[in-house]
Design a protein around this ligand. Structure first.
Ligand code: HEM
Length: 451
């Protein structure tokens, strides 16, 4: 710990002497910019200082690396120089401890090898089959009248993804504790970006710690039973999962991984679908195109094998993930010196790359603010740098749930498109709140029309 602090201080001094950057406000540095306007700030700094610069956030000297080459360096991490654990730990270590994203190098490889078994094709096929009835049930309650004004998309989709998660991940219907468990996840995520990072009673940090305890008790009390009576749900799959050498997770591992997985799956998918809702409302010709595609398909529910054919939904999903990637910044800490763009970034440096910033760079995405799903047709993709579109990260920590996410989003959007149409006023622009994962600050109110 002390050695880490000394290394961090030394790295900070070196960076200030050798890299362009800015100190910002006394004490706060650029913490507020980082919390409230991270993308605008990073793009402004990149314009002024180039693709690598330092700034002062949360009392640390952080280095921001911008653009596809920087993303490749950090995510591919050929030299094992970037620690996930020491990067994410600052934000979510207390609340998602020992989650797979917070493990490094050989230990991470070992856990990922086991976890992979829960995301194989056979498992995914069963997850999709279990999702469809939940989607049908929830969508039925979205509107009992022909038109529902001021329908808030975000809470409705959040509820739906949580219902799917309890069915598909946990294999059980939650009783009255459902709201408490949902709130516990929300509190853990919010705590990650608390400005006051001490357990002041009633503050974000202490609510996060309480919530973590609740989740540990909740999952911990269920592991033994799940090992005895496994089902097709993800929780059981983690209990059963083995790597190629027959190694399994301990009970503690299963609890830590479940807590992390529920968090990783829930908010990210909700925000992706909310962004799709927004852009499809603003671009009704695309909404109709997708509806025509789903109607032409001739099935009210899709199975695993069908999903590849929903190419329109896939393109719109990718364009929504480009414009509003739910994981907008990816932190790491260097454990070795690293060279980038003629600069040395010393061991011990807190570094950040940003999917959101990369996805809005004009040099890589002409007319970057324009919604254009055709950027993701096969021809256009050939022209793109492999690390200019990174909503799911890349390298050893690339999102293990990316196929799950795609299956879930296609399953849900297909049923929504067949049952509803939605609109927003022509002058509406969705406000984004960046203080946790980027989310619609107003819950995204739309006019929902039952078909
Ligand atoms: C559209 C939805 C999603 C997005 C945008 C997303 C994004 C990401 C990103 C950017 C990372 C890499 C973070 C890093 O390198 O530090 C990641 C990792 C991860 N995601 Fe996702 N994710 C999504 C959905 C899911 C789902 C549905 C699951 C689970 C079912 C999931 C489970 C994970 C796990 C376990 C990791 C850590 C992998 C590792 O460290 O080996 N994600 N995700």
């Amino acid at each position: 710990m002390i050695i880490d602090l000394i290394q961090e201080q030394r790295a900070g001094l070196h960076l200030k002497q050798t890299l362009p950057g800015e100190k910002g406000l006394p004490l706060l540095g650029h913490s507020l910019d980082f919390l409230y306007r991270p993308v605008e700030t990073a793009l402004r700094f990149e314009g002024k200082h180039g693709p690598v610069f330092w700034l002062s956030i949360f009392g640390m000297t952080a280095v921001v690396l911008v653009g596809p080459e920087a993303n490749k360096l950090v995510l591919l991490d050929r030299d094992k120089a970037f620690s996930n654990s020491k990067g994410w730990d600052f934000f979510i270590g207390q609340f998602f401890k020992r989650g797979i994203m917070l493990l490094d190098f050989d230990e991470h490889k070992f856990h990922r090898g086991i976890m992979q078994a829960a995301f194989k094709k056979q498992a995914l096929m069963q997850y999709v089959d279990r999702m469809n009835p939940v989607v049908e049930y929830d969508l039925g309650s979205w509107s009992y009248s022909k038109v529902r004004k001021n329908f808030k998309v975000v809470p409705a989709i959040k509820q739906l993804t949580l219902d799917i998660a309890t069915e598909v991940f946990m294999g059980e219907k939650l009783g009255p504790e459902a709201d408490d468990i949902n709130q516990a996840f929300v509190d853990c995520v919010l705590a990650g970006t608390a400005l006051i990072r001490y357990p002041v009673p009633g503050g974000r940090w202490s609510r996060g710690l309480k919530a973590r305890k609740k989740l540990e008790q909740f999952f911990g009390s269920r592991v033994a039973e799940r090992r005895r009576n496994p089902g097709p749900d993800l929780f059981s799959q983690l209990c059963l999962a083995e790597d190629e050498n027959g190694q399994r997770f301990t009970d503690g591992d299963v609890v830590n991984h479940m807590i992390f997985l529920m968090m990783a799956a829930h908010d990210t998918s909700t925000l992706t679908m909310s962004a799709m809702f927004y852009y499809l409302a603003k671009n009704p010709e695309w909404q109709q195109k997708l509806r025509d595609e789903s109607r032409a398909f001739g099935k009210d529910k899709v199975s695993y094998e069908d999903l590849d054919q929903l190419t329109g939904i896939e393109k719109v999903m990718k364009e929504a993930l480009r414009l509003i990637p739910p994981v907008h910044g990816i932190p790491r800490r260097t454990v070795k010196d690293v060279e980038f763009n003629g600069h040395t970034i010393p061991a011990g440096t807190f570094t950040i790359i940003s999917p959101f910033v990369t996805h809005h760079m004009e040099q890589h995405w002409p007319n970057a603010e324009r919604f254009d799903p055709e950027r993701f047709n096969a021809e256009a993709r050939k022209e793109q740098h492999p690390y200019q579109f990174i909503p799911f990260g890349g390298g050893a920590h690339k999102c293990i749930g990316l196929h799950f996410a795609e299956l879930q989003i296609k399953t849900i959007m297909h049923q929504i498109l067949l049952n509803y149409r939605w609109e927003v006023p022509a002058n509406y622009t969705m406000p984004i709140n960046f203080t946790t994962l980027p989310n619609p600050a107003d819950g995204l109110p739309v006019k929902l029309i039952r078909l």
